[in-house]
Design a protein around this ligand. Structure first.
Ligand SMILES: CC(=O)SCCNC(=O)CCNC(=O)[C@H](O)C(C)(C)COP(=O)(O)OP(=O)(O)OC[C@H]1O[C@@H](n2cnc3c(N)ncnc32)[C@H](O)[C@@H]1OP(=O)(O)O
Length: 257
């Protein structure tokens, strides 16, 4: 095969192109992550979810502006929901999640119960509830999404770090509703895909993302990078790509529905 020899000028051009692409990607991520941006503001119909006996409000949050009760709430819910799927890895993971929780780039959507509509409903998790006045005076938080804008394989992506709901609000369509909103936020902010990590032990979540929401195991998931490494790892990286470049980069050809 003939190999191409680059001239000095061609090498310079290609380096310039790489730097320009990196700069453009950084700008897209920076614009999406701007602290002045309330992502929920673009989607008023998603402020309130009222279905299947559930009535909740959504509010935006920021990793570096969480109050102490909200931080404690997040840690308690993570432990209640995730200690099982993580098994022996939990102690290490809990520390990682505690750090991730407060990063300035961490964005949140909090789900707050509508107290009037949900009065007398039993709660599922024994958590120290974040007080009602923590976020604009509505009812207690019953779940949250933690997401960020970042770059994977030169594709700007919205990475869902956590989607966590208390047991009593699970399986009522809320998870699907939140992920629909996340996809809209990703799209509106010029992301090429939504990416997330799921523990293999977490069968309901795996099924929820792959069967219900049509997420695919990504090319960046250990099992796709190298099947042997994949066997050693306890998680898969899933994605849903929106445009051609993101599909070609992050999704395995032939896996596409
Ligand atoms: C990136 C990550 O965060 S991975 C970790 C994910 N989080 C967790 O595992 C924490 C614990 N679990 C949860 O918080 C939630 O259950 C989630 C986020 C996994 C899913 O959210 P939910 O609100 O429970 O799911 P939702 O009600 O939207 O259900 C979606 C589908 O599951 C199915 N489903 C609903 N109820 C049931 C049930 N009782 N049994 C089996 N499947 C059900 C439905 O078919 C539904 O699809 P449909 O709308 O087409 O009918």
């Amino acid at each position: 095969m003939e190999s191409k020899v680059f001239t000095g000028r061609e090498r310079k051009t290609s380096r310039k192109q790489i730097l320009e692409k990196k700069k453009a990607l950084d700008e897209i991520v920076k614009a999406a992550s701007s602290p002045d941006k309330d992502h929920l503001a673009s989607f008023p119909p998603f402020r309130h979810y009222q279905r299947n006996g559930l009535s909740v409000y959504l509010e935006s949050g920021y990793g570096d502006k969480l109050s102490s009760p909200v931080k404690q709430y997040i840690q308690n819910l993570l432990k209640a929901n995730m200690e099982g799927p993580y098994g022996s890895e939990w102690l290490t993971e809990e520390k990682v999640k505690r750090r991730e929780m407060v990063a300035p780039e961490a964005r949140y959507i909090f789900v707050q119960e509508d107290l009037n509509a949900n009065r007398n409903q039993a709660t599922g998790v024994e958590t120290e509830r974040a007080s009602t006045d923590v976020i604009h005076g509505r009812g207690p938080i019953v779940g949250f999404v933690h997401y960020r804008f970042t770059v994977e394989e030169e594709i700007p992506v919205l990475y869902v770090y956590e989607l966590q709901l208390e047991p009593h609000v699970q399986r009522k369509g809320l998870g699907k509703f939140l992920m629909q909103l996340i996809e809209l936020i990703a799209h509106k902010n010029q992301m090429g895909a939504v990416v997330l990590t799921v523990q293999k032990e977490n069968l309901f979540a795996l099924n929820f993302y792959t069967s219900k929401l049509r997420y695919m195991i990504s090319t960046i998931s250990p099992s796709r990078v190298d099947p042997l490494i994949g066997l050693e790892k306890s998680y898969e990286i899933l994605c849903k790509a929106f445009d051609h470049e993101a599909k070609a980069t992050l999704q395995v050809p032939g896996d596409n529905p």
